[in-house]
Design a protein around this ligand. Structure first.
Ligand SMILES: [Zn+2]
Ligand SMILES: [Zn+2]
Length: 84
């Protein structure tokens, strides 16, 4: 479980978006569009904002972060990528 206080200050480390907490699965999900390659945000044209990646995509992913021993794992590269 993640405490309410912590939930209030947590944001997606990629896009700073709001996170949906699922207490049953103990996961935090950011439903904004992210690059399917690297998980960074994309601009209006679908271009990845990460300079090294720079991939232009037509499909995007949501990011789902796991909570491990009450501590959210907010590493973008370890987040599960869900097609949206
Ligand atoms: Zn995000
Ligand atoms: Zn990318």
């Amino acid at each position: 479980m993640v405490s309410k206080d912590l939930l209030e200050i947590l944001a997606c480390p990629s896009c700073k978006g709001d996170l949906d907490y699922d207490p049953q699965a103990d996961t935090l999900t950011c439903r904004n569009k992210h690059c399917p390659e690297c998980g960074m945000p994309v601009d209006d044209n679908g271009k990845c904002q990460d300079e090294e990646c720079g991939k232009v995509s037509h499909t995007f992913v949501a990011l789902r972060y796991r909570v491990e021993d009450d501590i959210p794992n907010m590493l973008i590269y370890e987040a599960e990528k869900l097609p949206i």
